[in-house]
Every structure is written in structure tokens, then in C-alpha cells.
Design a protein around this ligand. Structure first.
Ligand code: 5AD
Ligand code: SF4
Length: 422
């Protein structure tokens, strides 16, 4: 989401006549697009902001802006404490960037209940795969999460507007689109999410459609049928579970039980046997007991995700969970670290096992370019979003090819090019 917001900022600046500087020392404008989902991201930003201070004395023309969710939450405070910062603006005010720069307004962090940045000209670095915002904000208020406070209420972009952006991308040669929203399953404008998918499916030139993130509570049977029926929708779903423990899910205000979740997974696997399911897990949520943790471990063993992102709970000021944390629910750092490594260790084995099961199969791969990790090879992704490296001519870059999987590692597969699909 943030990377795509940065693409929008680049697009606005390019239209204003800016060009990307070769390095920070040469820049006349530096924008920090910040994330406040966890403390670690905030710390990184703060140390970078300190480091950049020196540049300002070397280049008096340099302007520094802080954007993103930290700006939204602490914009005025950042300005007060950091005289070298010129502008702060939040994720709901990206469309005001050029006006800010010309009028020298310093703060743009008001809530924006309208969608005014649907037509921002995103400047994409790639020419094969693109992110497209379909909605903004979130209404879910999961108790640990800062997003509803920084990105505001849920707003869905009109489907025609999305259609036109994707159409243009297809005309430029893009092959894969990833639809972005905090909770895409509750997309609701002139049509619902399955309706939007059907509309995009019809765009010529688009070969693959992906979407993130799906909220388990809102994953409907209609959407499952859509994934099954529409050939361009890839067989991969990111479905954040967060915890296996019903008690913790309730405290997290997730709106589903573990049993509800399992039922959705069952339906997904039944309808689309080849589907890859990935998830997010938070460990060390306030008051999480050894028992809650072992229920999560059991859940990971039983569901066998294709991959997970696991995080230590990070207390975010202003959220309900931060209060629980303050009320003595805080977990000892040592315990949280142990739980996290147990989760990651277990998942590593599962991921490897799942990848090994693909040996000998034929996979459709969209070829992206030269492999960064495997010199001399080219690389791409399966429909299930797994990385495949293989020997091949650069002429197949940007195309769909069939690859026979020969070897499986934790983070990638290796294969042999068989025949080209087109
Ligand atoms: N602490 C830890 N992880 C968090 N996430 C969101 N908020 C927090 C937090 N306060 C995780 C969730 C979410 C992913 C994007 O980030 O797992 O799905
Ligand atoms: Fe945060 Fe929950 Fe909304 Fe996701 S669904 S952005 S975790 S509040």
C-alpha cells in the first residue's frame, strides 16, 4: 500500500516537472513515506530523519517532507521537534502534494472522507506488474491496528475508474494487476468485489489478477466461485488469521472464530484444490498465554499455509490493544521472541514441504527478468505466487511460459522451461 502511495507521489511530482535524483545528496526534495504499523518501522524513520538533517546545511534549497501514517498521527509534533522538516501530509492527502509545494502550506493531515485521488498518475517503475488501489481506509478497528486511525474510513473507488486505469495499463503492456485495499472483500461502490473482478477479467491484455488483503469475515461464497471460474484470477489468497486462539481473536476484535476461519479454508480448498493460502500471525498479543500460543501452533500445523508473515505484537498508541497492554497484559519480550521463532521455524518446514510437493509438476510462470539470487537464470512467479528460477533466454521476459519444477527450496523453486504458452 505504501509503495503504491509512493508511486502516486512520484507521478504527481513528475507531472510537475520533477525528475528522480540519482542520490539523496543531489535531491531538492526528499519525501519520507512512513509506516506506523509497528514500532520498528517508526524507529527506522526517526533515525533516517536525523541522518538527513546534515544535508540541509549543505543544500539550502532542499525541502524535506514527511508523508504516510506517522505524519498523519504525529505531523504537528514532527514539525515542532524537527525544524528541518518543511511539510507533513498524511495518506489521505496525497492529492494535495503539488498544491502544498507551491503554496508552502506545511501541514495536510485532515481526514478526507471523499476519494479525491482516484486519478493520480502513478509513476510505476515496473512495466509488467502493477498495483491498483480499489479502496481506501478501513472500518474494522482490529484492536491492535492503527490503520483505521491513519487512513480513515473505508471508501471504494468507482468501478469504471478502476477499469479505465487497468485498461490503460494493459495498453501499455502490463500483464498482471494486484488490486489493493485493506479489506478488498468489502469493496462496495456501484458493484461488489466479485462484480469488479468480472469487469476486470474482461480487459484484454491483462493475463493475471491478484488482490490483497482479504478479511476472513467478509470472504463470501460468491468470491470463492469467482476465483474458481474466472481464468485470470490467480489461485492465491492472503487471508490473515492473526491467531489460532478464539479468546485472542475476540480480544483482537477480528469478527470471526477459528472455526469460521477453518470453514472458509475448507471451502476454498474444496473449490480450488491448487490454491495457495498465506497468512499473517501476531504473537505476544496482550495476555496471550502458553495455551493460546500452542493453539496457534496447532492451527499452523493443521492448516499448512503456503507461507506466513509473523510479527511480534507492537503496541500502537490510541488503539484498544495498547490499553490492554497497559493494564498489565504486556508479554515479556523473551517469551514473545521464543514464540515467534517457534512459529517461524515450524512454518519454514511446512513451506519447504509444500514446495517439495510441487516437484515434477508443470507450472505457468510469468517471466519477470533476470534472477537476483541465481546468477545466469531468469525468474518469475507461479499463479500461486511462488518464485521460480530457471534457465532461459531473456526473450521470454514478460511472457507466460510453462516450467517443470525440478527442485524446491524454502523461498523459491527451480525448474526447466518446457514449452512457451504463446
Ligand atoms: N503489531 C503487530 N503486528 C501488527 N499488524 C498490524 N498491526 C500490528 C501491530 N500493532 C500486522 C497484522 C496485519 C499486518 C499487515 O500487520 O498481522 O495483518
Ligand atoms: Fe488493520 Fe484490521 Fe483494518 Fe487490517 S482489517 S487494516 S488489521 S483494522
Amino acid at each position: 500500500m505504501n509503495v503504491h502511495d509512493s508511486e502516486k507521489m512520484s507521478g504527481i511530482l513528475k507531472a510537475e516537472g520533477y525528475a528522480e535524483a540519482a542520490n539523496t545528496e543531489d535531491a531538492d526534495l526528499i519525501i519520507f513515506n512512513t509506516c506506523s504499523i509497528r514500532q520498528k518501522a517508526e524507529q527506522k524513520f526517526r533515525s533516517e530523519l536525523g541522518r538527513i538533517k546534515l544535508l540541509k546545511s549543505k543544500n539550502p534549497l532542499l525541502k524535506i517532507a514527511v508523508a504516510g501514517c506517522i505524519a498523519q498521527q504525529r505531523g504537528r509534533d514532527i514539525l515542532k521537534r524537527n525544524p528541518h522538516v518543511d511539510y507533513v501530509f498524511g495518506p489521505q492527502n496525497i492529492h494535495k502534494l503539488s498544491a502544498m509545494l507551491t503554496t508552502n502550506a506545511m501541514v495536510c493531515i485532515e481526514d478526507n472522507p471523499e476519494i479525491q485521488h482516484t486519478d493520480l498518475p502513478a509513476e510505476r517503475k515496473e512495466n509488467l506488474k502493477a498495483w491498483i488501489s480499489i479502496m481506501y481506509g478501513c472500518n474494522n478497528f482490529c484492536s491492535y491496528c492503527i490503520v483505521p486511525y491513519t487512513r480513515g474510513r473505508e471508501r471504494s473507488r468507482p468501478s469504471q475508474n478502476i477499469y479505465e486505469e487497468i485498461h490503460e495499463l494493459a495498453d501499455k503492456g502490463f500483464k498482471e494487476v494486484t488490486l489493493l485495499g485493506q479489506n478488498v472483500n468489502s469493496y462496495n461502490s456501484d458493484t461488489n468485489f466479485p462484480g469488479l473482478l468480472r469487469k476486470i477479467e474482461a480487459i484484454k491484455g491483462v493475463e493475471r489478477i491478484r488482490f490483497v488483503t482479504s478479511h476472513p469475515r467478509d470472504l463470501s461464497d460468491e468470491l470463492i466461485s469467482c476465483i474458481k471460474e474466472l481464468p485470470k484470477i490467480c489461485e492465491h489468497i492472503h487471508l490473515p488469521l492473526q491467531s489460532g486462539s478464539g479468546r485472542i481473536l475476540k480480544l483482537m476484535n477480528r469478527g470471526y472464530t477459528y472455526e469460521d476461519y477453518i470453514e472458509k479454508v475448507r471451502k476454498l480448498k474444496e473449490s480450488i484444490p491448487s490454491i495457495a493460502i498465506t497468512t499473517d500471525i501476531i504473537t505476544g498479543f496482550p495476555s496471550e498465554t502458553d495455551n493460546d500460543h500452542s493453539i496457534t501452533i496447532k492451527a499452523l500445523r493443521s492448516i499448512e499455509f503456503d507461507g506466513i508473515f509473523a510479527f511480534k505484537f507492537s503496541s500502537r498508541q490510541g488503539t484498544k490493544a495498547a490499553e490492554m497492554d497497559g493494564e498489565g497484559g504486556r508479554m515479556a519480550e523473551k517469551i514473545t521472541s521464543q514464540r515467534l521463532s517457534e512459529i517461524l521455524g515450524l512454518q519454514d518446514d511446512i513451506t519447504l514441504r509444500k514446495n517439495e510437493a510441487l516437484k515434477g509438476t508443470l507450472q505457468e510462470v510469468l517471466v519477470e527478468g533476470a534472477s537476483k539470487t541465481d546468477k545466469g537464470k531468469i525468474t518469475g512467479r507461479t499463479r500461486t505466487n511462488k518464485i521460480v528460477n530457471f534457465e532461459g533466454n531473456e526473450s521470454v521476459i514478460g511472457r507466460l511460459v510453462n516450467v517443470e519444477i525440478r527442485m524446491a527450496m524454502r523461498h523459491s523453486l527451480e525448474g526447466r522451461l518446457t514449452s512457451q504458452s504463446q
